[in-house]
Structure formats: structure tokens, C-alpha cells
Design a protein around this ligand. Structure first.
Ligand code: NCD
Length: 315
């Protein structure tokens, strides 16, 4: 493995935003993830003796379990607060900066999920060990974006010259925000932003995309957007980010993927979703070979193994 994985392109201190990653680094990480997927048996001692602290202030299934599994499969150990607001001193009013300042003495790397946008950046500033953002409110989720990109390459054989439709809650969906920034590094990316105005992608990400020359099209109607897509990336309306139940009810169920929509999605295309899905993809779609979301979730393991190894492993 030491020979197979070349020296890191740029070993990061923290991984807070997709915007921290350049194209060379992205390619290197994807290559490492392919290696992890193909030869998991080579990975078992890469992080022997290292400790990961997983600190989750918001619910998680895939992200937390796959990070913890990745660390264990690399030979490391895990300390976990799966419900940090109850299980840690946050319940006593401690700030995230103080919590991280203490935990960094007990672990070699911290994986943090937090409901506030910007919390990961603040926590990274206080941490003396590498910190990975596993979702900060409606901000970013860079490791999900990397596994999404890995999935696109695995499924379609490339990540350039693709027309990708993002549907659902593009305003609060941190996975879309992070993935869009990664896709800006690839040639010929075209994005179709399928959402009503109140759920549309925010200007900060649009600026990144425009500067990179990405073609953007706003299309509120899912039915009108899908005929020529390579990827339909559906997302959950992020109920927990709405100011009131009424505001959420006004937009829930706005775009549902069902067999009728799938009939119009090209045969070459794939349907992705970061999961959890609520009712925005009906279960009748799951058996369609183009439904890639459970394969996508599985890719979380090799991609997070690659990320941990890249940040913490032997050069
Ligand atoms: C996403 C998240 O937490 O942002 N889930 C995930 O990490 N796979 C998407 C979501 O919660 O809707």
C-alpha cells in the first residue's frame, strides 16, 4: 500500500470546505479511494494506534457510521459522541471551541457535525489536530461531495462533460453546495438547478460556479428538466432548517421522483440522493438499475478511508 499510494499531493491541516480542494488534490483522493475499494485488505494497519473522535451535534447514520467504520478498517480506534448535545458538556453550555480544545488532546483527528453554518471553521481554528467537517448547518459537507463525485466516476466512467440536475432543497442542502463546488473543477460541467425560488441555490455558490465557467440553468419544474440529464441528484427538503412548520409544509413534496419521472430520465443517466430520503423518491424507483443511491452510500466507506489515510496516514 505504501508503494501503491504516492506521497500526498497536499496534506491538509483541516477539511472544512470543498473550496479547500484543488483539482490535483481531488484527483489524488479519488485515486486513493479507488485503491481502498479495490484492495481493502491492504489498508488494515495504515492508522494503527491513531484515535478518531467523532463529535455529532446533529443526527447522522451514514456519515458517522462510515467514518467510524473507515477508522476501524484502517486499524485505528474511535471515541464517539453520537448525540453530543446530550452526551457531552455542551449540555452544560460549553462552546464548540472549548470542547474541541480539550478533545484534541485525546484524539489524533476530529470529525464534527454541527447545526450552525461556520461552526466547523471556528472549531478548526481552535483545534491542534486535523478536523473534518461532517456537515455544518446549511454550509458544507465536503466528504459527502467527494463520495458523490467518486460515485459519478464509478457509475458513468467520467466526471467531465456532464449535465447534472440538482433537485429539491438547494438552498439549505449542504451536500449540493459542496458537490457543486467540486464539479466546478471539471470541464464542460452544466448544472440544471431544479427548485422553486425559495429553495434555490444561494449566490455564494453561484459565484464560484460562474467564475469557473460552469453553465447554470434555473428550472423550477422537474418534469421539464430531466429529458437530457446525465445525473439527477435529488435531495430532501431540509425540514430542520425552516423557521416554522408552515414554511416547511409549503414546499415539501414539491418535486417527487416516481416511475413516470424515471421513464423520462435518459437510459444512460443515474439517479443519486445523499440519503436519508423521506418522500422525494418513491420506493417503487429503488429497483430501477439507474437508482444509484444505495451504491452511493456504500462508497462512503472507501472514500472516507482514503480521506483519513490522506490526512493522517504514513506519507
Ligand atoms: C445529508 C446531510 O446530512 O447533509 N445526509 C448525509 O450526510 N448523507 C443529507 C440530508 O440530511 O438530507
Amino acid at each position: 500500500m505504501r508503494d501503491a499510494i504516492a506521497a500526498p499531493v497536499r496534506r491538509p491541516v483541516h477539511l472544512v470546505s470543498s473550496r479547500d480542494l484543488d483539482r490535483t488534490t481531488i484527483d489524488d483522493l479519488l485515486r486513493r479511494a479507488r485503491r481502498m475499494a479495490a484492495h481493502p485488505e491492504e489498508a488494515g494497519r495504515r492508522l494503527e494506534g491513531k484515535i478518531l473522535a467523532s463529535l455529532f451535534y446533529e443526527p447522522s447514520t451514514r456519515t458517522r457510521f462510515s467514518f467510524e467504520s473507515a477508522m476501524l478498517r484502517l486499524g485505528g480506534h474511535v471515541l464517539a459522541a453520537a448525540d453530543a448535545p446530550r452526551e457531552s458538556s455542551v449540555a452544560k453550555g460549553e462552546t464548540i471551541e472549548d470542547t474541541v480544545r480539550v478533545i484534541d488532546a485525546y484524539a489524533d483527528i476530529i470529525v464534527l457535525r454541527h447545526p450552525e453554518q461556520g461552526a466547523a471553521q471556528r472549531a478548526a481554528g481552535a483545534s491542534s489536530v486535523p478536523l473534518i467537517n461532517a456537515g455544518d448547518g446549511a454550509g458544507e459537507h465536503p466528504t459527502q461531495a467527494l463520495l458523490d463525485l467518486f460515485t459519478i466516476q464509478q457509475e458513468l466512467g467520467r466526471a467531465d462533460h456532464l449535465r447534472i440536475g440538482f433537485a429539491g432543497d438547494l438552498r439549505h442542502g449542504r451536500t449540493v453546495r459542496s458537490l457543486a463546488s467540486l464539479l466546478a473543477h471539471f470541464d464542460g460541467t452544466e448544472l440544471v438547478l431544479i427548485a422553486p425560488p425559495e429553495l434555490q441555490l444561494q449566490e455564494d455558490v453561484r459565484d464560484v460556479l460562474r467564475q469557473a465557467g460552469v453553465a447554470l440553468r434555473d428550472e423550477p419544474d422537474l418534469g421539464r428538466a430531466i429529458d437530457d440529464l446525465d445525473v439527477l441528484y435529488q435531495t430532501r427538503v431540509q425540514r430542520e432548517r425552516f423557521p416554522s412548520a408552515e414554511a416547511y409544509e409549503r414546499v415539501r413534496g414539491i418535486a417527487v421522483v416516481d416511475p413516470a419521472i424515471m421513464r423520462r430520465l435518459p437510459a444512460r443517466a443515474i439517479l443519486m440522493h445523499p440519503l436519508p430520503r423521506v418522500d422525494e423518491i418513491v420506493t417503487a424507483v429503488d429497483a430501477d438499475p439507474r437508482a444509484a443511491y444505495f451504491r452511493q452510500a456504500r462508497n462512503g466507506l472507501p472514500v472516507r478511508m482514503a480521506i483519513l489515510d490522506w490526512m493522517l496516514g504514513p506519507a
